[in-house]
Design a protein around this ligand. Structure first.
Ligand code: FE2
Ligand code: FE2
Length: 332
């Protein structure tokens, strides 16, 4: 695990406090952005900024919730009680991340119920990575190491995002993601240093998850539709390709310690660039999976719909309780 990332999260957190204390009164949106201050829910903001954030935060929230499925699939089959407890805690964290993020989106004037509907009827997307199946226990390790690892690399810069509620949610999320990455890495480390069959299982998981993880950073910069404006608004701080490079550079040394081989014959240190050259993921495959044609798209959304329907009584009970409580408060 890269401790530098956690240090960056802590620096962002302390800068956030400093910025809040120094907040100028009556500044315009552009002044706030230029001064690296945070936009808060009551501030005036361009409609396109608000819409961009809703789309991004909602997609992020949906990814956390759908992302519980591939690993949830292994909770009942974890190889020991300890592994089961750790995995259960990790999957619950993801539910929590979804909730912080829906709450952050709600500060922009949308309702969580509407966002959930948009996910369930396909108007909003979630990360394409969760449309791949978890075939073996080693996949749970590979997801923690690579998928949560890629998520951290993506999310650490979001701790400095210009929208206050999103930035603050990201600080907490990143701290938890770092635990997720470590637990995945530890699972793979144990397997990779176990029997020959366990080592092979770990290698097979890395072989299958490597390129989909690289694709998590999105299309290459040349084809990325939302990037430029998001950069100007300081929602996004680094381009897709910059983040992808950062992720590859981080993984190479970690794979060496695992004793596993990254499945890329083109992977080599480039002295001039001070970074690794690597083979890009198959972006045509990424687009296919985003459009709904990945190995598990249908299964994931069907499962989510069923879970949502089965949870209707919980929502009704919570609403009835809230009504009763409100009436009791008024009466008192
Ligand atoms: Fe998460
Ligand atoms: Fe995670």
């Amino acid at each position: 695990m890269d401790d530098a990332l956690l240090t960056q999260v802590e620096a962002a957190e302390s800068d956030l406090r400093t910025a809040a204390a120094a907040r100028l009164a009556a500044s315009t949106f552009d002044e706030v952005i230029a001064a690296d201050q945070k936009i808060e829910p009551r501030d005036a903001m361009p409609e396109a900024y608000r819409k961009t954030l809703i789309r991004q935060i909602a997609q992020h929230a949906h990814s956390e919730i759908i992302g519980m499925q591939p690993e949830g699939n292994w909770i009942s089959r974890a190889p020991s009680l300890k592994r089961k407890a750790i995995l259960l805690a990790k999957v619950q964290d993801e539910a929590g991340h979804g909730l912080y993020l829906y709450a952050a989106a709600e500060t922009l004037g949308v309702s969580r119920a509407d966002l959930v509907d948009a996910l369930l009827d396909g108007r909003q997307k979630y990360s394409s990575i969760f449309n791949y199946p978890t075939l073996t226990w080693a996949d749970v390790g590979a997801i923690g190491w690579l998928v949560d690892g890629a998520a951290i690399v993506n999310q650490v810069p979001l701790c400095r995002c210009s929208y206050g509620p999103y930035a603050r949610a990201m600080i907490r999320v990143c701290k938890e993601e770092s635990f997720h990455q470590r637990q995945g890495y530890e699972i793979l480390h144990t397997l990779a240093h176990g029997t020959e069959a366990q080592h092979a299982m770990a290698q097979d998981a890395l072989d299958r998850w490597w390129y989909p993880s690289l694709a998590m950073f999105g299309p290459p910069d040349a084809d990325s539709t939302h990037s430029e404006r998001s950069m100007a608004w300081k929602i996004k701080r680094f381009s897709n390709d910059e983040l992808r490079q950062r992720f590859v550079d981080m993984c190479v040394g970690q794979a060496e310690i695992l004793g596993l081989r990254i499945p890329d014959d083109g992977l080599r240190w480039n002295e001039q660039r001070g970074a690794y050259d690597f083979t890009a993921p198959d972006y045509a495959e990424l687009m296919r999976v985003i459009k709904g044609d990945g190995p598990c798209n249908r299964q994931r959304i069907e499962h989510r719909r069923r879970a949502h329907a089965e949870g209707a009584w919980v929502r009704e009970a919570a609403e009835a309780y809230a009504r009763k409580h409100a009436t009791a408060t008024v009466a008192a």
